[in-house]
Write a protein that binds this ligand. Sequence first.
Ligand code: SAH
Length: 685
Amino acid sequence: MKTFCGRANPTTGSMEWFEEGEDYDYHQEIARSRYADMLHDKDRNVKYYQGIRAAVSRVKERGEKAIVLDIGTGTGLLSMMAASAGADFCYAIEVFKPMANAAVKIVEKNGFSDKIKIINKHSTEVTVGPDGDMQCRANILITELFDTELIGEGALPTYEHAHKYLVQEGCEAVPHRATVYVQLVESRRMWSWKKLFPVHVEAEDGEKILIPPSEMENCPGVPSVCDIQLNQMPSSDFSTLSDVVTMFSVDFSKPVQSASTYYRVQLEPVKSGKAQIVLSWWDIDMDPSGMINCTMAPYWVKPTSALQWRDHWMQCVYFLPREEPVLQGEKLYLTACRDEYSVWYNLQKARAGVGVESPVCRCRAHLLWNRPRLGELNDQSRTRQYVQALRKVLKTDSVCLCISDGSLLPVLAHYLGAKQVQCMQPSRIDLLHPHELWQAFFKANHLEDKIKIIEARPELLKPSHLEDKKISVLVGEPFFTTSLLPWHNLYFWYARTAVSPHLASSVTVLPQSASLHMMIVEFQDLWRIRSPCGTCEGFDVQTMDDMIKNSLNFRESKEAEPHPLWEYPCKSLSDPQEVLTFDFTRTVPQHCLSTEGSVKLLRKGKSHGAVLWMDYHLAADISISTGLMQLSDEKGNCEWNPHCKQAVYFFSSVIESEIQSDPTAVTYAINFDTKTGEIAMDFKL
Ligand code: SAH
């Protein structure tokens, strides 16, 4: 079987489709999966085990046989726990074939083959009866089908079906119940992920203020959940307007309804402010008494000593459709609406009128700018740097072309006095006519006819697009929506190369150059997602480790992966090092750019991997970093750009360095292939 995989080509900026063998997809799935993270989640594992033991005991005390249904068994872990706890038989269902195969091996290796039957099906396909997959209905239902939003992975329809067809009435369920909590907050930082704030530009002839179109003001935004490591959000970045409120619960031991519904609570703000955001998380009680509780509550709600780091379950940020001023003590109604797979929120001052329709972006600006991108555009100090740099290079007769997706630079260039400004915005799949959105944006700011949108791709640029003028200033942030890794924004360099015939001989390119930086780090927690587990609660899961390792090595060379490091603290073990530079004043060379060298480990710690990021040199003395903002203290704690993802290359083995008189060195070889736009790297410890 063949599958088609889409990937953006960093040399053309466009999506390309590759035919891949059947293996490709599942290796990707396993290599990037959260299985390792779940197996490292001690708190989760211990509590599931306690809950399972308690459920098996309750059934046994009733004098019944304990027949378990484990939906989504993965490695088989929860079924093995049940078998160890004395369950008579387990039906372990797993829809993902490579995982089901792994579960068979793991169960066998741990000696449970006679107690656990792995069934490679979706639970809704499972049959019960003398000739069925299951001999009889189960009386213990175990699952772990939750995502950060609780229901996003389809837990509700799966439970609904299981109660109808696969388990007995009055069955025991582990977990027994889930509860969703919310807290109303005001946060300029988080609100900046949904709204475009007015952009202030100091121009020669006074301050100019760029505002978003009115359509955007009242738009509910996109429906996808915003899940983040809320524990990395400092308390100074938000202000809580309400206490923590229980929004709704689901009892998994009773029939579950998945049909759309809503829940409503009354709350009184503890403080006056602007209600903008609903923060949300959940907990699960493994048993009916609620004594075995596993919670995702953030640091300000529970003692830090009880925090378990995990990436497979985080916290949710929901954006209210619009900002609502609220007064301390006033009566408010918060509504959580949900369909089978997602949740959204509304806040009302009166009891009446529940808007239950799912949020859909009507203004289309939320399709052009995703949440981190809006945060970046709202970063005033970043804007100031671009303004300063533009001021240095623009003249009144400048003919300016901007190449970057959804960039405000053309508007800044116009405000700063450039004579002619055009910007390239080729159509994208998810936003077919960026032109229309820009027209609305220009209209709101009386900029019609001031900035020309060119929908052509750089290689198709014609003199007529530029009114037969040569470009004297070429600008880019650079930012492209198709970029996954930091260096994919080097597409700017390829586009610059493609438009070369249209550049004046004295052209200024901003940024003038870019540089790739690298640093060796020790992660506080992120290492867990790629680290072998060995045994989990006494069960040998090495087969899973081997499988992940095999998938990571599937394409011979390991690849760097994007992670927003502001969410994943790490400590620098080396100095940051500039490893490659890219000169945008010239065209992309034919040959590869490569470098080799070594970097000293200056601090004591575990070298988990290298972090790589790009810096852009806008003009003399003005640079923008998409990675390290600051090495904040002697211990090597790092502050990362809060809007960007950095590249993380995990080392296949970890070394522990001690500080010695002669520090350990890590050697590296890094190669930028100008034909593909990709960077390959190798490290030796
Ligand atoms: N139970 C394991 C793995 C949990 S991950 C553990 O706790 O460690 C969830 C797994 O459930 C995934 O492997 C996914 O493929 C599988 N899954 C999700 N919904 C399913 C369904 N309805 N039927 C069968 N498998 C399902």
